[in-house]
Design a protein around this ligand. Structure first.
Ligand code: GAP
Length: 438
């Protein structure tokens, strides 16, 4: 895990938030490569959930919502974790994360305050007056933005049950304890689907989404043995859910733990909002000519948590001959699915020769129209390959002196390190073919 954290910082994936001011607990910034990786994860999710389906539409609702939303949804009342404080060193913890022995992880004493419920929502105010009436919250989930727009979507999109509304956006939770890098943070992006369906088929749809979501993780290259399902116990479920199954990942720092949650939220949210807003949030079924309040199946996953699982899973150290001497050395490779890699192609002139750099820059100009690319002429070719391996770049294009005669370049594959000679005017199509599907 230390190596993953170090690589993430060193290579510009993830930086501690506000680092020059000693950071801010549980807050991280995405660096130049991190933002590309996150964008690719979001694109892959959107493609799978929205673009490739006839019955799912997208939405982007505001982070700030009328405060009544959070009263109606039950978050003001119930979105809380049990907080305890060590009476000796005054450190605060989430009660259910303490070791079984209940000794304070900081000072070793066993003297705790009684648990009290600590609400995880960040408060803020709308407008210049800081009084109770202007108070609202930063959203802890994007789902409520979907529920309050349910009527707008039915009225405008001619959707027919079952259908889904998907959204990607920031969520904020004032977690009592953060940690394990991106695993538990206080500000994070979420990818959420609310799949509205008939109450009678909700259980079957739940199972459908379980399989769909697991298949997605596998299609992106997460190892099968690193993933499993886990059904929640009755006392673990969120206040709105009657059934929850996690897709768990086998994290190196804690063992099995949640990567994605799938919940059956029933008609809880729509009924609550209909009751408290006085608006009709039912669906008229043309076939039965009856109004119903749909049930909701919700797969929900954090972008950062997914990014962490992907980096951990892809991180590989292996013996490899160096380009210069042919001796074995350890190379670090991020074996990311190429569609997710922040940089798709690195263009490298073999040496800094005017004729070679001219061709390399032309190839770079051409390829960057379609792909995230990088041009690098600094250092030995072996070191430049290693650098690209470490950030997961699937293809390196090398321009050498033969290129001057045969109008071809060498393309090196990240994982096999095999090299292929390809005509310059065919590279674009070659990359296109390679990256067309995960
Ligand atoms: N609307 C459903 C919902 O919010 P959740 O299980 O609380 O469900 C969904 O959160 C997903 O968001 C989790 O599976 C996890 O991937 C991510 N997530 C939740 N809390 C997080 C945190 N503090 N830091 C990073 N990711 C988090």
């Amino acid at each position: 895990m230390d190596k993953v954290v170090s690589l993430s910082k060193r290579r510009g994936f993830i930086f501690p938030g506000s680092e020059i001011y000693s950071g801010l607990g549980g807050i991280y910034d995405l660096g130049p490569l991190g933002v590309e990786l996150a964008n690719n994860i979001k694109k892959a999710w959107w493609k799978n959930i929205v673009r490739e389906r006839d019955n799912v539409v997208g939405l982007d609702s505001a982070i700030l919502m009328n405060r009544q939303v959070w009263h109606t949804s039950g978050h003001v009342e119930s979105f809380a974790d049990p907080l305890v404080e060590c009476k000796n060193c005054h450190t605060r913890f989430r009660d259910d994360t303490l070791p079984k022995s209940k000794n304070c992880p900081i000072c070793g004493k066993k003297d705790w305050t009684a648990p009290r419920q600590f609400n995880l929502m960040f408060k803020t105010h709308i407008g210049p007056l800081e009084e109770e009436g202007t108070e609202t919250f930063l959203r802890p989930e994007t789902a409520q933005g979907i529920f309050v727009n349910f009527g707008n979507v039915i009225d405008t999109m001619r959707v027919k049950l079952p259908f889904g509304i998907a959204q990607i956006g920031k969520g904020f939770r004032n977690e009592i304890t953060t940690g394990n890098f991106l695993f538990r943070v206080r500000e994070f992006e979420m990818m959420e689907l609310e799949y509205f369906t008939f109450p009678e088929t909700a259980e079957k749809d739940f199972e459908y989404w379980q399989k769909e979501r697991m298949d997605w993780h596998l299609s992106l290259g997460l190892k099968k043995e690193s993933l499993r399902f886990r059904e929640h116990e009755d006392n673990e479920r969120a206040h709105y859910a009657t059934r929850s199954v996690d897709i768990e990942y086998n994290w190196p720092f804690m063992g099995w733990g949640e990567l994605e949650g799938i919940a059956n939220r029933t008609d809880y949210d729509l009924k609550q909002h209909a009751k408290m807003s006085g608006k009709d949030l039912s669906y008229f079924d043309e076939e039965t000519k009856k109004k119903i309040v749909p049930y909701v199946i919700e797969p929900s996953i954090g972008v950062g948590r997914m990014m962490l699982a992907l980096i951990i899973d892809a991180y590989t150290e292996e013996k490899a001959p160096t380009a210069e001497k042919g001796e074995a050395e350890t190379r670090t490779v991020l074996k990311l699915n190429p569609t997710l890699s922040p940089i798709k192609v690195a263009i490298l002139p073999l040496v800094k020769d005017v004729k070679l750099t001219k061709i390399a820059r032309e190839i770079h100009k051409d390829l960057r129209e379609n792909w995230e690319t990088i041009y690098d002429e600094v250092g030995t070719i072996g070191r430049r390959y290693r650098r690209q391996d470490e950030i997961g770049t699937p293809y390196c294009v090398t321009v050498d002196f033969d290129s001057l005669n045969d109008d071809a370049v060498t393309v090196r594959d990240r994982d096999s390190m095999k090299q292929e000679r390809i005509k310059v005017d065919e590279i674009n199509n070659w990359v296109m073919k390679k990256l067309s599907r995960p």
